[in-house]
Write a protein that binds this ligand. Structure first.
Ligand SMILES: [Zn+2]
Length: 762
């Protein structure tokens, strides 16, 4: 018994705490509006925006401060599409940027009176997208954070009755007349009797169109009303000047509310008294009941008589107002989603008819219900397959009311990998050498991108210069841009050419990509096959098995662009080469700094001079010995005297004209902060890294020691080799998240395939 009691009382408390649905007076509502105008005054477009803003964290720009940034940032949409969803939807960087932008446009009030059609191929997950989006919208709209208010009339029986005692008598007469004339429903009869007996203080009439209570102020007085309501502050200025609030001044109330208002005014003779019967209550969204959100599937039949009424309520209204011809409680299905979402899943079957039907409503915002005009301001959404686009041509007048938003296959490799992780579990990564899983995603995405990219060509020109780490169609580079990464291997000139305009052109190409190639379902299937056949305990999937897996099927190979796999392999080799170099490399930053500073000072003096460097305090013997030692690292170890001399001269010139006068003296920087110092430092480090592979490649023992690392024999190698091998493997694990086994495999792969030879011209 105790358990039952506590369960019930707990339940009661929880349920009770969720009940925020109690109506508040118009007065109390206005107080809320004044306190928080942005929340208090919003239509569905603004609510949609606020939800996106609430659930999607501000985008992360990996290159903050980049003057050429186009704000193509990383938005985390997991709270919107993944959390709590039956089947999650993964929005890639391109799509989430599109969606966030759309929401922003909604807030700014542009782009209304439109239908938003999301176009995507089979298997792109668009119905999951819409389901999850609407589920979150429903949740949000019903939460305190996302709550909007709708009109509720409370017709006070006593007040209305007191106006004319004799008229109640008339009502009774009329009621008996009705009984004679019609077969009066029993409930209605009871209802009417109750009304007369006074069991209820008032009759509640909700606005079927979910109008904002503010719309009840007649249009001609609304501007002045809002003006009086607010102080002359920023909020007021915003409301009066921004397009997003146009609806507040321009939208009429629904005909039912309008006629109710008029009738009440006639009887009560005072607008204030009328407004005392006006209440506000939270607009509850309920997709299953079609309130606030309605989603139509192509198979859902169209209801022939799209007119809804409520006899009981009509009778009550009539009896209270004693004038049955004034207020017609008559509305259509569209009213239920007014200020809500009306969505079509696919432009097919009955939904094609619906789209035809929507035509006037979208452009005019109004339609006829019997003889009454009904205003409809909804957010119209639809999904469509690319091949159904011809359907739209059948409605030419609708064309300029359509806003198409692409929802293609995932083109951003990080999102693609996230999908595998979600489907197969995070542990899948343990079966791959680092980077190989992402390369799987790259292969999948290569089939979705167009092979010809004018934007990339305009940017890079001849792709040949990057043949070491990129394919000839520059798809690998484009994938990096799509994922928000600017690769290190770009030369300085191309990095500079990556202007905002250039970025916009590249991102714009994504609008036409991802329509064919491996679908979302395909990629899951292929991954399952790879994982099932190649993932073994104690061994890792490497590039070799990844490539041979894709090469094993002709139909797959046909989809992958020619030469792509080779390029991918090369890029992989280049990357691990850098990793191994980085892992082996250690330097004494203090030493490098000293040498560069001394050099920069010494080059200003004749050979044979003895000077004290002011940056380091060192005594320097200026001469060839000092110069050659460092220039071999800065220029190249094989450079001749002429080349080095030229380098020295130009460096001296830069030091004197730019670093010293402009940066040190005028801008007050330190030597380390000058551009010249930076460029020399970079050159120096580059040189050291090049040299770093020498012990691995020139010593056979090194290879064997790697193999023997975990065994007894490792102790037999000499100390230098043991130290270097341990250093390499430990760093690979720490810096690039290899497992020890993976680190050994990748080091051996590098040695055995003589990878460094392929890039020796670097
Ligand atoms: Zn209304």
């Amino acid at each position: 018994m105790n358990n039952i009691d506590s369960a019930l009382s707990h339940f009661d408390r929880q349920q009770g705490s969720q009940d925020r649905g109690a109506p508040i007076s118009f007065d109390a509502y206005l107080q809320r509006v004044v306190k928080d105008p942005e929340k208090g005054i919003r239509n569905i477009f603004q609510v949609f925006h606020d939800m996106v803003e609430h659930l999607v964290a501000p985008g992360v720009d990996e290159y903050a401060g980049d003057p050429e940034s186009i704000n193509f940032t990383d938005h985390d949409t997991s709270r919107l599409f993944v959390e709590g969803a039956d089947s999650p939807f993964f929005a890639d960087r391109l799509f989430s940027n599109r969606l966030v932008k759309l929401a922003e446009n909604f807030r700014h009030g542009s782009l209304q009176n439109k239908i938003y059609i999301f176009v995507g191929p089979h298997g792109c997950g668009k119905s999951t997208f819409l389901d999850n989006l609407l589920a979150k919208l429903e949740q949000y709209a019903n939460s305190e954070e996302g709550c909007t208010y709708e009109t509720l009339w409370r017709l006070d029986r006593k007040i209305l009755a007191s106006f004319s005692e004799q008229e109640s008598g008339k009502f009774l007469n009329r009621l008996s007349g009705l009984l004679d004339e019609y077969e009066f429903k029993q409930t209605d009869l009871i209802d009417a009797q109750q009304l007369m007996q006074g069991d209820e203080d008032y009759v509640e009439i909700p606005c079927p169109s979910h109008d904002s209570p503010l719309l009840m102020i007649p249009k001609e007085f609304r501007r002045a009303f809002i003006d009086d309501l607010f102080e002359n502050d920023q909020a007021k200025w915003k409301i009066f000047t921004e397009k997003q609030y146009d609806w507040l001044f321009n939208e009429p109330p629904c005909t039912i509310c309008n006629s109710l208002y008029q009738s009440l005014l006639e009887r009560l003779k005072s607008p204030t008294k009328v407004l005392e019967m006006l209440f506000a209550r939270p607009y509850r969204f309920n997709r299953r009941l079609g309130e606030g959100i309605s989603v139509y599937n192509p198979g859902d039949r169209i209801i022939k008589r799209n007119v809804l009424d409520n006899n009981m309520l009509q009778n009550r209204i009539d009896s209270l107002l004693r004038d049955s011809n004034r207020v017609h409680y008559l509305f259509s299905n569209f009213a239920k989603t007014n200020n809500g979402v009306y969505a079509l899943m696919d432009i097919k079957g009955h939904n094609v008819e619906r789209l035809h039907e929507l035509h006037n409503i979208i452009s005019e915002g109004v339609h006829k219900v019997e003889y009454i005009e009904e205003n409809v301001a909804s957010l119209f959404l639809a999904l469509m397959n690319p091949e159904d686009r011809v359907r739209l041509d059948e409605i030419p007048s609708l064309i300029d009311r359509i806003e198409l938003i692409n929802i293609p296959y995932v083109l951003d490799l990080r999102t693609e990998v996230e999908i595998y992780r979600n489907n197969f579990g995070r542990h899948i990564e343990d079966s791959f050498l680092p980077r190989v899983l992402h390369n799987f995603a790259r292969i999948i995405i290569s089939t979705r991108l167009s092979k010809d990219s004018p934007a990339m060509k305009e940017w890079i020109g001849d792709p040949e210069k990057y043949s070491s780490y990129c394919d000839s169609n520059l798809q690998l580079l484009k994938m990096e841009i799509y994922t928000g990464n600017i690769p290190e291997w770009l030369n300085e000139e191309d990095r500079k050419k990556l202007t905002a305009k250039c970025r916009r052109q590249i991102i714009a190409e994504s609008e036409t990509e991802g329509v064919d190639g491996f679908s979302g379902r395909d990629s899951i299937k292929i991954f399952r096959e790879l994982y099932g056949s190649k993932a073994r305990e104690g061994s890792l999937i490497d590039m070799k098995s990844l490539c041979s897996f894709f090469e094993s099927r002709e139909e797959w190979q046909e989809m992958i662009p020619d030469g792509f796999l080779d390029s991918l392999r090369r890029m992989y080799n280049y990357t691990i080469l850098q990793e191994v170099k980085e892992a082996l490399y250690y330097f004494n930053e203090e030493q490098i700094e000293k040498e560069i500073k001394n050099y920069l000072f010494a080059i200003n003096f004749e050979s044979g001079s003895q000077v004290v460097c002011p940056y380091t305090g060192d005594n320097l013997d200026v001469g060839e010995d000092l110069f050659t030692a460092i220039e071999r690292c800065l220029v190249s170890s094989s450079s001749d005297t002429q080349t080095r001399l030229r380098f020295r001269k130009s460096t001296q010139k830069q030091y004197a004209s730019q670093a010293l006068t402009q940066e040190l003296i005028l801008a007050g920087r330190t030597l380390e902060e000058t551009k010249l110092y930076h460029s020399l430092h970079e050159r120096y480090v580059h040189y050291l890294k090049e040299k770093v592979l020498d012990p691995i490649l020139k010593n056979d023992n090194f290879r064997r020691a790697i193999k023997d690392l975990e065994g007894e024999n490792f102790r037999t190698y000499d100390k230098k080799v043991r130290d270097d091998v341990t250093f390499l493997i430990t760093n690979l694990c720490e810096k690039f998240s290899y497992t020890r086994q993976g680190a050994r495999e990748v080091a051996l792969y590098l040695i055995d395939n003589k990878i460094s030879d392929d890039f020796s011209s670097e």
